[in-house]
Design a protein around this ligand. Structure first.
Ligand SMILES: Nc1ncnc2c1ncn2[C@@H]1O[C@H](COP(=O)(O)OP(=O)(O)OP(=O)(O)O)[C@@H](O)[C@H]1O
Length: 569
């Protein structure tokens, strides 16, 4: 955990982290002087009726109080700065890892959100408390014990009885409550997942009239959270009152026994007052230590969850520094890939798409078409065989250069909230108005967005229909003018007429661009230079449309179903 903290504190934040405890040490030392000075006012000043001594000591106490205040404030400022900077850096780092993660399944959004917000906040609280409390509380605790014994050695048995009782009780409570707090954090993750499913899937839930089912599921988990929280709270509910009870009993014992000693003349009033004050300091320090232990343990759980995210970095550090070659020939050489070792999703794929050619991919659902593109864009890298572009292994090409060369329009690409323009120039911030207009026209999006690109886009583009969203996505992929354009079922929700218009516009503007079209619609791919048929992770047939209708029963069947018998002749 400390490594995570240090790694995310730089410059002044790190200096502040070390200066804060020094300041608080000064504050604690000064605080420890006050009860002794108070005793002197009573025992020396008041007893001798020496008002000069009383005033001098009182002024000294006031100066010490102001100095302690200043040191406390300095410590707070330093520790807050260190905590805020650490949190800021850690959050940015985690988000960068999440964005760079090329396996979107690895980091689940709902747990990621709790980790970036809640868990980092826990760690920030711990940095503040660590710098303040880790030094101050033990100093006040042990300093208070030592000082109380020096000031009133005859009352020290009260401390020696009270403190072990408290220490044992605190140990038992903390041991019982810590696992419950850890379980609470896990349950918050579950709640976040259900909340996010309910909110994002609201339409589906309504369509299937599943409101009651979802409500029951939510209420069950909500009840579980309440139960765990209740058990955690119950485990600690007696702690603070017990500390107060022991303190009060100790004070009563000090007054009773100390009073006796005072009457017999073997102890002074000031010594009793100082002892009582030290007892208050000791119990306050104990309460703070308990809070520190709870915060610390929560932060330990949080840091384990945060470090699981940071560990993803090992898998996300992109290799490759080369610039993508000008030649766009794509080659898959004996590529085999699976999410688990037992089940290959792509099995010995061999494929060449010469520069500037069009490739059509058709096949059964789940046959690995999208995965093929995921490999080409380096979303997953643990495959056997090699993939090259222009003869260069794609793993040697920098991600930035690769993604400039290839753009992908997916079936369900996300639109970001903002304006149409912000979405269109996402991959090409320098695009000119003419380039934007050209991309929009090719994607047949002009009819519904017109030429005013300042129109608003709501969260996830929900103020557009499915087909309109796809056309905006397609425009976004075309605007950077990539050498290789991939369309993965990118027009599946678009009506037939618009689909044909898009096909025609793509052909008209093809220049020398390689294009890969994944589609279940034969008309979308039938004019491609090469078509591959995929089934169960393998390429089972390849050729032109005319060749495939003869050689592939699967393809011929699709043509028969979608276009009718005359296309088979
Ligand atoms: N992240 C993942 N983890 C585990 N399995 C996955 C993952 N992504 C895809 N798969 C599995 O890989 C197989 C191929 O999926 P892929 O999306 O490539 O198929 P597809 O041919 O594009 O299908 P469709 O036409 O339905 O879009 C499927 O069986 C799918 O269940």
């Amino acid at each position: 955990m400390l490594k995570i903290l240090f790694d995310h504190m730089h410059g002044w934040a790190r200096v502040s982290f070390f200066l804060a405890p020094i300041a608080i040490m000064g504050e604690a030392l000064l605080d420890l002087q006050q009860p002794t000075l108070m005793a002197r006012i009573v025992d020396v000043g008041l007893a001798r009726k020496d008002m000069t001594y009383v005033w001098q000591t009182a002024i000294l106490m006031a100066v010490i109080a102001v100095a302690a205040f200043a040191l406390g404030a300095i410590c707070n400022a330093f520790s807050s700065y260190a905590a805020l900077k650490m949190g800021q850096n850690l959050r940015s780092h985690m988000l960068a890892i999440a964005l760079a993660d090329r396996d979107p399944q690895a980091l689940k959004p709902e747990t990621l959100i709790t980790r970036i917000t809640n868990d980092v906040t826990q760690m920030q609280t711990m940095v503040s408390m660590l710098t303040r409390g880790l030094i101050r509380s033990p100093m006040l605790l042990f300093g208070g014990i030592v000082m109380s014994m020096i000031v009133s050695p005859r009352l020290s048995w009260i401390v020696l009885i009270a403190l072990p009782i408290l220490a044992i009780y605190i140990y038992v409570v903390v041991r019982r409550s810590l696992p419950l707090y850890t379980a609470m954090q896990g349950q918050v993750d579950v709640m976040n997942r259900i909340m996010s499913e309910n909110l994002t899937g609201a339409k589906t839930i309504k369509a299937y009239v599943l409101e009651d089912h979802q409500r029951t599921q939510f209420n069950t988990e909500n009840h579980n959270l309440q139960q765990i929280s209740q058990r955690a709270v119950l485990a600690t509910v007696t702690l603070a009152p017990l500390i107060m009870l022991v303190l009060n009993l100790a004070v009563v014992a000090a007054l009773a026994y100390g009073g006796n000693l005072a009457i017999s003349g073997s102890m002074t009033t000031g010594e009793i007052m100082a002892f009582v004050n030290y007892m208050i300091q000791i119990t306050t320090a104990m309460t703070n230590t308990v809070n520190l232990i709870t915060t610390f343990s929560r932060a330990v759980t949080s840091s384990a969850r945060v470090s699981a995210v940071l560990a993803e970095q090992a898998g996300t550090e992109a290799t490759g520094t080369l610039v993508a070659p000008a030649d766009s020939t794509i080659a898959f050489n004996h590529v085999t890939f699976g999410f688990s070792k037992s089940r290959p999703i792509l099995d010995d794929i061999n494929l060449t798409v010469p520069s500037g050619q069009w490739l059509g991919i058709i096949g059964s659902t789940g046959s690995g078409k999208t995965t093929l593109i995921a490999l080409l864009t380096r979303l997953y890298e643990h495959y056997q065989g090699s993939i090259t572009i222009g003869g260069t292994d794609i793993q040697k090409i920098s991600l930035a250069s690769l993604h400039k060369k290839i753009t992908v329009a997916l079936q369900n690409s996300l639109l970001f909230s903002g304006t149409v323009e912000r979405n269109l120039d996402y991959g090409a911030p320098q695009a000119t108005p003419a380039q934007l207009a050209s991309g929009v026209a090719i994607a047949s999006a002009t009819e519904f967005i017109g030429t005013d690109y300042t129109a608003p886009v709501e969260e996830a583009g929900k103020n557009f229909s499915g087909g309109q969203r796809q056309r905006l996505n397609l425009a976004r992929a075309i605007i950077p003018d990539p050498d290789i354009l991939v369309m993965d079922d990118a027009t599946s929700a678009v009506d037939q007429e618009t689909n044909t218009a898009i096909q025609d516009a793509l052909i008209k503007n093809r220049r020398n661009r390689s294009t890969i079209i994944i589609s279940q619609r034969v008309p979308n791919i039938m004019d491609c230079d090469q078509i591959i048929v995929m089934q169960n992770g393998r390429i089972t047939a390849r050729g032109t449309h005319d060749e495939l209708v003869k050689s592939s029963p699967f393809y011929a069947q699709l043509v028969q179903t979608q276009l009718g018998g005359e296309y088979l002749d």
